[in-house]
Design a binder for this molecule. Structure first.
Ligand code: F6P
Length: 373
């Protein structure tokens, strides 16, 4: 057993269903099983930098596991190793060439943790948040990672928490637009989140019986997609469901960027491909096509039972790792088992992508799904 008396938990990056269930599991395990003190770090790395720490009790986390979002708040704009210099009003400063000036302010965070007597830092995050987690680990902070993201794109874990909820919402979206598709003989295009990975669109597309699934890992030829829909039409199916991942690329390799957030470590925000695909299909097929973007609806609301259980398992396992003194590790699900892996190894992969030759793609193709390839 490591000499651990006080731990802290932080939620970073985009909010995600199951964060509160993880917080509840961490606080309860730490206090009820080990008699530890638990601090919550608010607003992700922003709070770590500014010392925004609050004590957490079992009462504070009662009744929260059914609620989406995070009681600790989050931020995806704060990389303390490359922190934009700001003026007194908080405006980002640029040099004479118009480039943002960055500072490494990570030492301030390390001092804050020391001053608060925190022996272990549990970080719920995706690849951006855990990249900083790795860097804090390299600086000697006792970090444990907990894999959070609706995108399911972290390496060395089969599933991240939040994914199950997000694909359930996306599947429901596909089920619901089917009604209008069938009633009006339309092509219904649904844009699904997932950043550079197609896991969400692939899973929801299979569950929602989509006719077409477009994912970043398989560049699509819109003419081939149109041919598939026309062939279905000729065979008597007069509506189509198209699941498009927000990061889908056409054969030129282009993906559709919604905006650039200059103040974010991961500045590219994807969005808009669904409307483009719908317009092109309408012109090529000659049927009315409509696009729906599910957006943040996929990240909000009550986590599924599966995500709540996974979150509880991860939270429990993270405290167990802390008590064993196994730092620089991330809790992970491999098969049915909770295990732990090196954060260094997870981050070195960067994004875990769908295998275009993999089983899930084969399953979808066997159902007649076109990937536009
Ligand atoms: O990583 C989770 C995610 O929801 C992605 O699927 C999406 O591309 C991105 O975050 C959106 O980020 P933001 O909420 O900052 O616009």
């Amino acid at each position: 057993m490591a000499d651990i008396k006080r731990i802290a938990i932080m939620t970073g990056g985009g909010d995600c269903p199951g964060l509160n269930a993880v917080i509840r599991a961490v606080v309860n395990t730490a206090i009820r099983k080990y008699g530890l003190e638990v601090m919550g770090i608010r607003h992700g790395y922003h709070g770590l930098y500014h010392g925004d720490f609050i004590p957490l009790t079992t009462d504070d986390v009662s009744e929260i596991s059914t609620i989406g979002g995070t009681i600790l708040y989050s931020s995806n704009k704060d990389n303390l190793f490359k922190y934009p210099r700001k003026d007194a009003e908080g405006k980002i400063l640029k040099d004479e060439n118009g480039n943002i000036v960055y500072d490494d302010v990570s030492d301030v965070a390390v001092e804050n943790l020391k001053a608060a007597g925190i022996d272990a830092l549990l970080i719920c995050g995706g690849d951006g948040t855990l990249t900083s987690g790795r860097d804090f680990s390299r600086k000697g902070v006792n970090v444990i990672g907990i894999p959070k993201t609706i995108d399911n794109d972290l390496a060395l874990t089969d599933y991240t928490f939040g994914f199950d909820t997000a694909i359930s919402v996306a599947t429901d979206g596909l089920d619901r637009v089917r009604t209008t598709g069938r009633s009006h003989h339309r092509i219904m295009v649904v844009e699904i989140m997932g950043r550079g990975a197609g896991w969400m669109a692939l899973h929801a597309g299979i569950a929602g019986a989509a006719d077409v699934i477009l994912i970043p890992e398989i560049p699509y030829d819109i003419n081939k997609v149109a041919e598939k829909i026309k062939a279905d039409k000729e065979a008597g199916k007069d509506f189509s469901i198209v699941a498009v991942s927000e990061g889908a690329k056409d054969i030129s390799g282009e993906r559709v960027i919604l905006k650039i957030r200059e103040d974010s470590p991961d500045p590219i925000r994807l969005g808009g491909v669904g409307a483009i695909v719908a317009d092109k299909l309408e012109a090529l097929v000659g049927s009315e096509a409509r696009a729906t973007t599910l957006g943040h609806i996929q990240r909000g609301g009550t986590p599924t039972a599966h995500d709540r259980v996974l979150s509880a398992r991860y939270g429990y396992a993270a405290v167990e790792l802390a008590m064993k003194g196994k730092f620089g590790r991330m809790v992970a699900l491999q098969g049915d088992d909770i295990t732990d892996v090196s954060i260094e190894d997870v981050i070195s992969v960067h994004t875990e992508n769908v295998d275009p030759q993999g089983e899930l793609v084969s399953v979808a193709k066997a159902m007649g799904v076109s990937f536009g390839d």
